[in-house]
Write a protein that binds this ligand. Structure first.
Ligand code: 5GP
Ligand code: ZN
Length: 312
């Protein structure tokens, strides 16, 4: 049986937390947890066209990989994520033990008691970004060839940041182009993409600015790392305001990891020197919401250049 649209609005008596509430009902359906939504056909149509548009910008040399939403816990720990962003990490847990032991846990739930204390961590985590699995994979292959490597990757990622704002999801799609090569190759790749990204946003009719940024490193020590990241301009973001008074939302990021991943995973060039790595991340869901927020729900009324770019 089909149920009518159920808008994502604040409970009666509460003020809406998101000024985009008027479009939310046409794009998302609630799934019982903040920041986790089912996506409507209208939304998916635009998200798919956007993905195709990004594919059209891809270098022909890129190796394409699509990742599941989970990855090896050991690999993510080694990547430094647990140290830097422990508050955002989601770990896959499961019940272990004999049939009787597992029945006992299920019965506790049946009796209205907490059962989750019996869960133990598995060897999987929810991927917090699309590019983490690339580096150990490249390291396994041996030294990188002259001219370096380029990947086009995507994953459904998770970050534990429950929120009712439409631009702060716990589960969202991240597409990335990942470059591995010499310091100069990474610099050229990142600068080239920063220039192209502004042109891309203009073609899509999205107002934007490009700003130096930092990752949300955890705790006091994390703040120091974030300041240093900013000072070295290792991260830039493409920001799009969803409406005139809105604080702009980061919809793409341009990251220079320097030797961070190549040192951890021992990624060397053909002469044995440590490689550098960098990535350009497209937040598919943030960009899709941006398109609707700026152009409205009626696709027919979107600006002709935007419709053309998205082959609509
Ligand atoms: P980064 O790794 O730079 O933090 O994230 C890469 C991209 O993922 C961001 O530029 C943004 O587009 C997207 N992103 C990051 N956090 C969120 C979030 O909470 N919700 C959504 N929908 N996208 C996000
Ligand atoms: Zn990345």
């Amino acid at each position: 049986m089909s149920k009518g649209p159920e808008p994502l609005s604040a409970p009666p008596g509460e003020t809406p937390t998101d000024p985009l509430a008027h479009i939310a009902g046409a794009l998302f359906r609630p799934m019982g947890a903040d920041g986790v939504y089912a996506r409507t056909a209208l939304y998916e149509l635009v998200a798919e066209r956007l993905e195709r548009y990004i594919t059209g910008q891809r270098d022909a040399q890129a190796e394409i990989l699509r990742f599941p939403p989970v990855m090896s816990r050991q690999q993510l720990e080694k990547s430094g994520y647990l140290k830097n962003f422990p508050n955002l990490l989601g770990c896959v847990c499961a019940l272990r033990g004999s049939e009787a032991a597992i029945h006992a846990v299920v019965d506790r739930h049946g009796a209205g008691e907490d059962w989750t204390g019996s869960l133990t961590a598995s060897d999987l985590v929810l991927s917090p970004a699309a590019c983490y699995p690339v580096y150990p994979m490249v390291a396994e292959r041996g030294r990188i060839p002259s001219g370096g490597l380029l990947f086009d990757v995507e994953a459904d990622v998770f970050r534990h940041e429950p929120s009712r704002n439409l631009d702060r999801l716990q589960s969202f799609r991240m597409r990335e182009f990942v470059r591995i090569g010499s310091p100069q190759e990474i610099q050229d790749f990142r600068e080239g993409w920063m220039t192209r990204a502004s042109a891309l946003a203009a073609e899509l009719g999205l107002p934007c600015s490009l700003e130096v940024a930092s990752d949300p490193f955890f705790g006091r020590v994390g703040q120091v790392i974030a300041v240093s990241q900013r000072q070295q301009a290792l991260k830039f973001e493409l920001l799009i305001p969803y409406h005139t008074e809105a604080t702009p939302t980061a919809c793409m990021s341009f990251n220079d990891h320097r030797e961070h991943f190549s040192q951890l995973w021992a990624i060397h060039d053909e002469r044995g020197k440590l490689a550098h790595t960098g990535c350009v991340a497209f937040g598919i869901d943030r960009l899709t919401v941006a398109l609707f927020a700026v152009h409205g729900l009626d696709l027919e009324k979107w600006p002709p250049p935007t419709r053309l770019a998205l082959a609509m």
